[in-house]
Design a protein around this ligand. Sequence first.
Ligand code: FES
Length: 158
Amino acid sequence: MSSSFDFTVVDQVLSANNNSSQYIIAILQDIQEHYRYLPREIVPYLSEKLGMSEAKIYSIATFYENFSFEPKGKYVIKVCDGTACHVRHSTPVLEALWKELGLSKEKHTTDDLMFTVETVSCLGACGLAPTMMVNEQVYAAMTPEKVLAVLEELRGRG
Ligand code: FES
């Protein structure tokens, strides 16, 4: 456990949730909302504060796929690789993102923590295939050329 980790935010989240293990999911959600992921340092800390085993906390956090122990970028790009998108050429879209950002199947997040690229099995907008999503916004009919334009726009936003 890193001794330099600042638990101020975790303490605030705990007190907002009555320091109760009953609210473990809400607690993990609030912590992830703040850091955009779950720093591993929090697990032994929560275990002690909530009287819950670390194994139990890990099992809850890994059960829900929205929780992540891996740091994520400011912009999380989800490329749909469901059937409808796949047949309409989602793979070149994904490859264009990987190439432009220096990412791969193994490396999901840029070192400057600006971008994370993930795949999902359906964004529920198959009629707009191939799709991708940046944070909460859906992008339709993607092509490798459009990927470059979207990245340029996001980089401009900072
Ligand atoms: S398969 Fe891509 S949005 Fe449904």
